[in-house]
Design a protein around this ligand. Structure first.
Ligand code: NDP
Length: 485
């Protein structure tokens, strides 16, 4: 049965259970906040501890389940999600607010990740090496780490949980997951699909509730062995301390202040398209979103005119039938409007957007106009701090060298791109950009699922990468075997 009730339960030890607090919390539609999409358990640390106990109890059996069998369940879950793609897309649009095409793309990404790691589950094993003596065996086995605690953000409410969950399960770990309170519904839908696919009880557990209660318990509970967190740098840095103090393996993937450098050889229209799609896509709420365009003075005026055209032509409204949806919550909207004010007070020039759009369809929701600032200096807050809204700061530079220096002049280092017709500049950018993802003639957003992803500097703990084979590394530990039998 497809669980679609107004009040949704936690998924613990294969059962749908209520929190012991007896409390629930409503999630509203950010395009129309008077509409409650669903209510979720407002769980506490004791609920989280129960989930950890279930994951610990299920660990040994899942770890020794053959890889192809684990893969079969992942494949089946992916197929169930594929059949429910429309419902999942509806749920994403309603809870997170993103435009329908973006939501559908994200759901498809989650399905593809399940299918990718379904194959990987069979390939896991290890390597054999030549021993020093004859008639001996020397080999390295990859074993699961144990119980993985996953804590995830609201901006990609299905893709990010699944890019942690699928490799964890493929490698034989059991999992406890706390989704973001803003958009937890699709993670419960994933639990439903895994349950139907035959995942044994206790292998995957989802508990909704405040991060400081449920997330903290997952991180500190002695039953969990590894912590994978994606979210803001502020919370992530606390989580990192907490997890390492508790002796856990930990990865944190955090915020960004991602640049696109536009060189004098770039076509201004092409560059503006790259910046607009990277900066305004997903309402500017991607960790890899472009929030700084660093533009050579030769092409600056043409670039700004092209970017303003694009910002002003974006159709903003409820995600189901518009190009750009609302911000995910009132606090996100307020954060963006605050930064717009800060930028003006700092002396930046507002050349597009800057407020909330008008009209019947958008009057109640958390909508904001695609916004462009020029005359931005690198030491302004608008050029240094993550806004997490559709706001692009344009900085003028006199040459490629200065562009590269400005690109690196932030505490973050997640994604960086360059638009150029000069191969030497492209190569220098690849060499010298301080970012975990570097792109040439492409937007900063958009990731392939089978290559590593992670940041430099304050964007990441830099301990482990996610996705592809690197994603599996985090969830496995090597055992070296000297077999002289
Ligand atoms: P937050 O850091 O606010 O929250 C992330 C998760 O942590 C949520 O599930 C939250 O729960 C939980 N949490 C909050 N406080 C604690 C705590 N004390 N202990 C344990 N868990 C806690 O981030 P957002 O959800 O607002 O997500 C947006 C941020 O995520 C942006 O900074 C963005 O750049 C970053 N991000 C990074 C990505 C990357 O791969 N580098 C990808 C996507 C986003 P609750 O919801 O209940 O508060």
């Amino acid at each position: 049965m497809w669980l679609m009730t107004d009040t949704r339960a936690n998924y613990v030890n294969g059962e749908w259970v209520s929190s012991e607090t007896g409390e629930t919390i409503d999630v509203e539609n950010p395009a129309n906040p008077s509409e409650v999409v669903a209510s979720y358990q407002q769980s506490n640390a004791a609920d989280a501890a129960d989930a950890v106990d279930a994951a610990v109890a299920a660990q040994d059996d899942w770890a020794t389940t053959p890889g192809p069998e684990r893969g079969r369940i992942l494949r089946e879950a992916g197929t169930i999600l594929q059949e429910r793609k429309e419902e999942l897309t509806d749920s994403l649009v309603a809870e997170e607010g993103k435009a329908r095409a973006e939501a559908a793309g994200e759901v498809q990404r989650a399905i593809d990740i399940f299918h990718y790691f379904a194959v990987k589950a069979s390939d896991l094993g290890g390597t054999t090496k030549s021993p020093s003596g004859r008639q001996k065996n020397l080999y390295i086995r990859q074993e699961p780490v144990g119980v993985a605690a996953l804590v995830t953000p609201w901006n990609y409410p299905i893709a990010i949980p699944v890019w942690k969950l699928a490799p964890a399960l493929a490698a034989g770990n059991t999992v406890v997951l706390k989704p973001a309170s803003q958009a937890p519904g699709v993670v419960l839908d994933v639990a439903e699909a895994l349950d139907e696919a035959g995942l044994p009880d206790g292998v995957f557990n989802v508990v909704t509730g405040p991060g400081s209660e449920v997330g903290s318990e997952f991180i500190e509970n002695e039953g969990t062995d590894a912590v994978s967190f994606t979210g803001s740098s502020h919370v992530g840095e606390m989580v990192y301390e907490q997890a390492t103090d508790s002796g856990k393996r930990v990865q944190t993937e955090l915020g960004g202040k991602n640049p696109t450098v536009v060189t004098d050889s770039a076509d201004p229209a092409e560059a503006a398209e790259i910046v607009a799609t990277g900066g305004f896509g997903t309402t500017g709420q991607s960790c890899t979103g472009c929030s700084r365009a660093i533009v050579d003075e030769e092409v600056y005026d043409d670039f700004v005119a092209e970017l303003v055209d694009r910002a002003e032509s974006i159709d903003v409204g409820p995600g189901n039938d518009h190009e750009m949806g609302p911000q995910a919550s009132e606090s996100e909207l307020e954060g963006t409007l605050d930064y717009i004010e800060i930028a003006q007070n700092e002396g930046a020039t507002l050349v597009a957007g800057g407020g909330q759009p008008e009209g019947e369809e958008v009057e109640d929701g958390y909508f904001v106009e695609p916004t462009v600032f020029t005359d931005v200096e690198s030491d302004m807050r608008i050029a240094q701090e993550e806004v997490f809204g559709p706001v692009v700061a344009v900085l003028k530079v006199s040459d490629f060298e200065e562009g590269l220096a400005v690109a690196n002049d932030v505490p973050y280092g997640l994604s960086a791109s360059v638009v150029t017709d000069d191969h030497t500049e492209a190569n220098r950018f690849i060499d010298e950009a301080e970012a975990g993802v570097v792109k040439v003639n492409e937007k900063t957003t958009g990731l392939e699922l089978h290559v590593p992803f992670g940041g430099f500097k304050r964007s990441s703990s830099e301990t482990w990468r996610e996705q592809g084979d690197a994603g599996l590394d985090f969830y496995t530990i090597e055992k070296t075997v000297y077999d002289n039998y």
